[in-house]
Design a protein around this ligand. Structure first.
Ligand SMILES: Nc1ncnc2c1ncn2[C@@H]1O[C@H](COP(=O)(O)OP(=O)(O)OP(=O)(O)O)[C@@H](O)[C@H]1O
Length: 374
């Protein structure tokens, strides 16, 4: 096996349930030591993919290898992995320490070895001093740490996590997700993590695998998904507030790059890439819109606008911005910030010649349309 051999290989794997749902023809290579997030809406096949890697589901076709070994027909206990679930799955009548070492005892590990591993797991999860408590005497975050410690003591190089933070409140989610990421890096293990929360995925992953309808929509570094979404679905799923997507036919013809077929074209723009001005008398390049409302979040303000023939858009402006609902505004953007997708199959299009790019050096759109003392 070479250093380049993926730690997990999934080749053309399908698992289709009665009714046709499931996962279809999945192929994924996961590098050793990476943090991989399976992301997507409910029912897209994330858990089924994780369960296939775990061996809790059997593939109808295809091959799964872990660490160079074909495990397609190997039972879960022989795959050398641990799992952390949303429900923690702790034994209520056992103490923290007993919960953590339960698996080691079952496997008849020596007393000395159990003691060493328990101390290490308590240290890395910050649970020293809680050994004798029962799960009911712990907070949700502490319970999830016990589940993590139990996964760690097993000493497996692969840990699978299925929505482990969904029972925690927003503040705890934030701190525990940092703990999980730190732990993964410190231990050098490979983690495959399921979530439908794109913020969680973006902040934790080395690689995000975005799924839709049982297939991979896009796989890559979080920045790739954000900056170069492969499809309109990926563009709309990653990012908050989401990218505005609208038929190009709703735009003035001159803002659409030459060579693209306007009749089947979707335009996308991120909230932070929209410049907005209330000065609609100047003939600015861009489109006109009507303000629906604004949301002040402290460091920034989201302005939502209505654009005829579309579902509208959101502009993300720094600081506090007041614009009364009903105000007419002019929206513009740098040509390179625009995303173009096939209006039918949703695939990203890369225009080679762009009228607006050609105009860009002379127009200074953003300077021209800076918000005049709102
Ligand atoms: N045992 C099963 N029998 C029948 N259909 C199933 C079974 N398990 C999953 N499915 C279906 O397969 C599809 C994928 O399910 P899966 O649980 O993998 O989705 P998911 O992305 O993890 O969703 P969620 O975020 O809601 O957990 C869904 O349509 C689901 O209803």
């Amino acid at each position: 096996m070479t250093a380049q051999t993926p730690f997990i290989q999934i080749k053309s794997v399908s698992r289709v349930f009665n009714g046709g749902n499931g996962v279809h023809d999945l192929s994924i290579d996961i590098p050793r030591g990476s943090f991989v997030v399976l992301l997507g809406p409910s029912g897209c096949g994330k858990s089924t993919t994780l369960r296939l890697i775990a061996g809790l589901e059997t593939a109808d076709q295809g091959m799964i290898a872990i660490d160079g070994k074909d495990v397609t027909n190997v039972p879960p206990s022989k795959r050398g992995l641990s799992m952390v679930f949303q429900s923690y799955a702790l034994f209520p009548h056992l103490s923290v320490a007993e919960n953590i070492i339960f698996g080691l005892k079952v496997r008849k590990t020596s007393k000395d070895e159990i003691k060493t591993r328990l101390t290490e797991a308590l240290n890395v999860t910050g649970l020293q001093g809680y050994e004798e408590r029962k799960p009911a005497e712990l907070s949700g975050g502490q319970r999830q740490r016990v589940a993590l410690a139990r996964a760690i003591v097993a000493g497996h190089p692969l840990c699978l996590m299925d929505e482990p933070l969904s029972n925690l409140d927003a503040k705890l989610r934030h701190s525990v997700r940092k703990d999980i990421r730190d732990l993964q890096q410190r231990l050098g293990i490979t983690v495959v993590y399921v979530t439908h929360d794109q913020t969680e995925a973006m902040s934790m992953a080395d690689i995000v695998i975005l799924m839709k309808d049982g297939r991979i929509e896009q796989a890559g570094h979080p920045a790739d998904l954000y900056l170069k979404p492969a499809t309109a679905f990926a563009a709309g799923f990653v990012g908050s507030p989401p990218m505005a997507l609208m038929p190009a036919s709703a735009l003035p013809r001159e803002v659409v790059p030459a060579g693209l077929d306007v009749s089947r074209l979707t335009f996308g723009i991120r909230p932070e890439d929209l410049a907005l001005t209330t000065d609609t008398t100047t003939k600015a390049w861009g489109i006109t819109a009507t303000v629906n409302g604004s949301e002040f979040l402290g460091a920034e303000t989201f302005i939502s606008v209505a654009i005829p023939g579309t579902e509208g858009a959101t502009a993300r402006l720094p600081g506090r911005v007041h614009i009364a609902p009903g105000t007419q505004v002019s929206l513009s953007w740098a040509g390179a910030a625009a995303h173009w997708f096939d209006g039918e199959d949703g695939r990203r299009l890369a225009p080679t010649t762009s009228r607006q790019s050609a105009r860009e050096p002379n127009t200074s759109i953003e300077t021209d349309t800076a918000i005049p003392s709102l």
